[in-house]
Design a protein. Structure first.
Lengths: 118, 545
């Protein structure tokens, strides 16, 4: 079985949102896969990125989170993050990205917030 | 009966029979057909004979009597077929007594290739031997060809994995050896284009050493081109006898060091017009077998393609680096009371171009320092970096404050390069050098070292550029004389799998004890942090007296 530094699981939540669960490391080597995964999600649905199991993220990873952010904004939906670890949270705070990407504790919270907001 | 072609050549045949008369008769029939006969009188003797024969001198066929004093002919046959060196040795059973059909089927089931019974007709024996030899030889050729094709594939993989010209010619020479060349030299022009790189494989190398690497003047490749491809693309093979080859080399003042000396085959391949070719020189008999004649040109062609890939990658990287360096300031402004040192390290040679930049601009409001990073490792990121830096210079000379500068850069990036993001940190040093004004768009925080050695990050910041989001007002910070400022890009501290905060902490600790002189401090920080980085690194140090 192949080993992946980053696993990406995509599912559609019955309430009407795409949930992308990331586990592992999001960096120079793995960011292009997230890019392709986000591109394949339905444009009409809001997007939730679950980062609970994301152990590492670098500046290219942040660029991919922002790609997802811009894509949802252009489509008129929205993006929410779930469960950033302290380390990923620090990078998001340092780059100021935490101001545009709200973070929630659970996927349910995120979806509820997306539907309240949109 | 066909008596021509390699499959009809005489063979060495083992005749195993305990009956002296039969052994003599069968042996003489075979000798009359030109075969060499070796004889054995029982199973043990026959197996011992095979055991002690060198592989090259093994019989090509065994004629085995069924009833032997020490074991049956079936058992001898099974033991022959079990031996790794003799597994492909065909066995023809003969049986002196009238036997049942079940004996014949048993013999064939247990591995024999043919079965003859008394009375044996000499013509039938000869025809059977010829047919079995023809089949065995064709099978051996097919197996050898399959092994060589497999070797060619393996060598092709090696060629594409070669990291530099020496590794590439080594793979090509060893590939030719795997295709049967006792002596092979692979030749390619090095990246600096002033010397040929040769790898020679052949007898006489020290134990454990597969090739000898050496260099030769470029004229050697011209000479080989002249005798093979000229200026054409594709592959070509030319056969020269020893005198011709010596003459060719001598005419051009070449002594032939590291090249096969005897009759040679010159095999050359070129993938694109105007490119230097890849050549493999081998002993001429390495291209003698008709089935395999095409393999060496294929190997050489694969080598030429790998060489081309290596060359274009090196050229692209050199071009990208030149371009990137042209985007960075060629010199820094001299401002009284401010010492500056900068370093830029591209990502490791095999990686792509990065988007880091630094800048120092003398403006009416003071010396403006900038450091930034356009996300991505692409030519587009590097181009955007160049645009941002030039735009920053233009806006800064107009005298805008740091917050406005960031706002303008954000607008520029959002409009001209939608989809790209960049982090930029600006530090404006007041003309009296007693305060700095920091506007940071999502970049790593600037690090301050006070004269006493205490260090701290200036963490106030806004969001990175490219999202069209407003920036907060800049923050002023008073600094005593002798303060040093450090601005870096994340390539310096970002280690895959390690926490950002630990990188920041380690950098702060290292900076606290770094030498006071900026040059040595910059070198120390680079050498202790930027190891095996996959990202490029920019670093800017400023001491305010």
């Amino acid at each position: 079985m192949p080993e992946y530094a980053l696993t990406i699981e995509v599912r559609v939540h019955p309430v009407g949102a795409t949930v992308v669960v990331l586990a592992g490391e999001l960096d120079y080597h793995t960011a292009p896969r997230l890019h392709r995964a986000v591109e394949r999600t339905a444009e009409t649905l809001p997007l939730v990125l679950d980062l609970t199991l994301l152990s590492f993220c670098d500046s290219l990873g942040v660029a991919e989170l922002l790609f997802a952010f811009r894509r949802t904004r252009i489509a008129g939906t929205s993006l929410a993050l779930v469960g950033t670890t302290p380390d990923v949270g620090r990078l998001l705070a340092m780059t100021g990205v935490d101001r545009v990407l709200p973070c929630h504790d659970t996927v349910e919270d995120a979806i509820a917030a997306l539907h309240r907001g949109g | 009966m066909t008596r021509t072609g390699p499959d009809a050549e005489p063979a060495t045949v083992l005749v195993l029979d305990d009956n002296d008369a039969t052994r003599y008769v069968v042996g003489s029939w075979l000798r009359r057909s030109g075969h060499t006969v070796v004889e054995a009188v029982d199973g043990a003797q026959a197996l011992a004979l095979l055991e002690r024969s060198p592989t090259a001198e093994l019989p090509e066929l065994a004629v085995v009597d069924i009833s032997l004093p020490d074991m049956t002919g079936f058992e001898v046959c099974e033991r022959i077929k079990r031996g790794p060196r003799t597994a492909a040795l065909p066995v023809v059973h003969i049986s002196a007594t009238a036997i049942e059909a079940s004996d014949r089927t048993q013999g064939l089931h247990r591995g024999a290739d043919a079965y003859l019974t008394e009375p044996i007709d000499p013509a039938e024996l000869q025809a059977t031997v010829t047919a079995v030899l023809r089949y065995a030889r064709a099978r051996r050729r097919a197996e050898r060809l399959a092994a060589r094709v497999a070797a060619l594939h393996r060598s092709t993989l090696d060629l594409y994995g070669a990291a530099d010209t020496d590794a590439l010619v080594t793979s090509a020479a060893l590939g030719a050896a795997r295709l049967g060349a006792a002596r092979a030299t692979a030749i390619a022009l090095g990246p600096d284009r002033d010397a040929l790189h040769l790898a020679h494989h052949g007898p006489g190398l020290p134990a454990g050493q597969e090739v000898r690497l050496l260099q030769a003047p470029p004229v050697l490749l011209d000479v080989i081109a002249h005798h093979t491809l000229g200026d054409a693309t594709g592959t070509a093979t030319t056969l020269l006898d020893a005198d011709e080859w010596h003459g060719v080399l001598a005419d051009h003042g070449l002594d032939g060091t590291g090249l096969p000396a005897g009759p040679v085959a010159l095999v050359a391949a070129r993938t694109k017009p105007g490119r230097p070719l890849l050549a493999v020189v081998v002993d001429r008999n390495a291209v003698a077998a008709p089935d395999e004649r095409g393999l060496l040109p294929q190997l050489t062609q694969a080598g030429a393609l790998a060489l081309e890939a290596q060359r274009s990658q090196a050229e692209e990287h050199a071009l990208a680096l030149t371009l990137q360096r042209s985007f960075l300031p060629s010199r820094l402004p001299a401002v009284p009371g401010v010492d500056l040192a900068v370093r830029y390290e591209p990502a490791s040679a095999r990686s792509e171009i990065g988007g880091d930049f630094y800048e120092a601009i003398d403006t009416p409001a003071g010396l403006l320092l900038a450091i930034g990073d356009v996300a991505g490792h692409s030519l587009e990121a590097a181009m955007a970096m160049g645009e941002l830096r030039h735009a920053l210079r233009a806006y800064a000379i107009e005298g805008h404050d740091p917050q406005t500068l960031l706002h303008r850069l954000d607008t520029l990036l959002t409009r001209l390069r939608p989809g790209l993001t960049a982090t930029v940190c600006l530090v404006l040093i007041a003309p009296d050098r007693r305060s700095v004004r920091v506007a940071n768009a999502g970049h790593l925080p600037p690090l301050l070292r006070l004269p006493g050695g205490t260090t701290r990050y200036l963490t106030e910041h806004g969001i990175l550029l490219g999202l069209n989001v407003p920036q907060p007002p800049p923050v002023d910070c008073a600094v005593p004389p002798g303060t040093t400022l450090l601005l870096v890009t994340d390539g310096l501290i970002e280690v895959p799998g390690e926490h950002l905060q630990s990188g920041l902490d380690a950098l702060r600790d290292a900076f606290a004890t770094a030498p006071a002189e900026l040059g040595p401090a910059a070198d120390l920080l680079l050498s202790s942090f930027a190891r095996a980085q996959t990202d490029d690194v920019a670093l800017l140090l400023a001491r305010l007296d």
